[in-house]
Design a protein around this ligand. Structure first.
Ligand SMILES: Nc1ncnc2c1ncn2[C@@H]1O[C@H](COP(=O)(O)OP(=O)(O)O)[C@@H](O)[C@H]1O
Ligand SMILES: [Mg+2]
Length: 195
């Protein structure tokens, strides 16, 4: 891939971001993983209400690069290449980041582990889950246009297709079940981020 394309992609992503939180001396990198409809964006927003974090939502950023996304492998490869670059820029500036993306494969997550390792930034891994029956209801509501806040186009069919590809996280991580009260686990993660 051409370097000029990478740089223009990164610039486009930067330009699409909301206002950045205040930089800090020791930023943290929070990586969320989970199937569609499990509550990743809900969780990310709750956590960002408690900590100065910039949410990088792959569904929103994808649209900044591809106004009519196809979710092809090539499209995702280009998006995540630019996204990895962007994450590194932000963390180096002292901006704490939460990556809200499915991040289902360990191979893809390795890139994220490496960024944190290279920059010596605290990495917090979170697996978001919900019972399939709950997810199904949420995704049906989404399909009926009842979920106005969502940036996701994934439906139950996409969920079922992705389900077998979800690999367990080979490192210490938090499990967040969004069908329950998530306040206690949010509290725990906030404490770890501040430590
Ligand atoms: N703990 C929760 N309490 C209430 N609603 C929730 C909760 N978790 C998720 N939801 C709702 O379920 C739907 C799907 O969640 P979302 O965060 O969009 O999933 P994802 O980002 O993983 O695809 C959204 O309408 C969201 O507001
Ligand atoms: Mg989402």
């Amino acid at each position: 891939m051409e370097e000029s394309q990478l740089l223009s992609d990164v610039e486009r992503l930067l330009g699409s971001l909301a206002e950045l939180p205040e930089p800090v001396a020791r930023p943290v990198f929070i990586v969320v993983s989970g199937l569609p409809g499990t509550g990743k964006s809900y969780f990310s927003n709750q956590l960002a209400g408690r900590l100065p974090l910039l949410i990088l939502e792959s569904d929103a950023l994808r649209r900044a690069l591809f106004p009519a996304p196809t979710y092809s492998l090539a499209e995702s490869a280009r998006l995540f290449r630019a996204l990895h670059f962007l994450i590194e820029i932000l963390l180096k500036k002292g901006i704490s980041v939460i990556l809200d993306a499915t991040n289902l494969s360990e191979k893809h997550r390795e890139h994220l582990y490496n960024i944190a390792g290279r920059l010596d930034v605290k990495l917090i891994l979170v697996r978001v889950i919900a019972p399939p029956a709950v997810v199904r209801e949420r995704l049906l509501a989404r399909e009926m246009g009842l979920d106005r806040a969502t940036k996701s186009e994934a439906d139950w069919q996409v969920y079922e297709k992705m389900r077998p590809t979800a690999e367990r996280i080979g490192r210490k991580h938090y499990r967040v079940d969004t069908s329950r009260d998530i306040t206690p686990i949010i509290d725990k993660i906030v404490r770890e981020a501040r430590r």
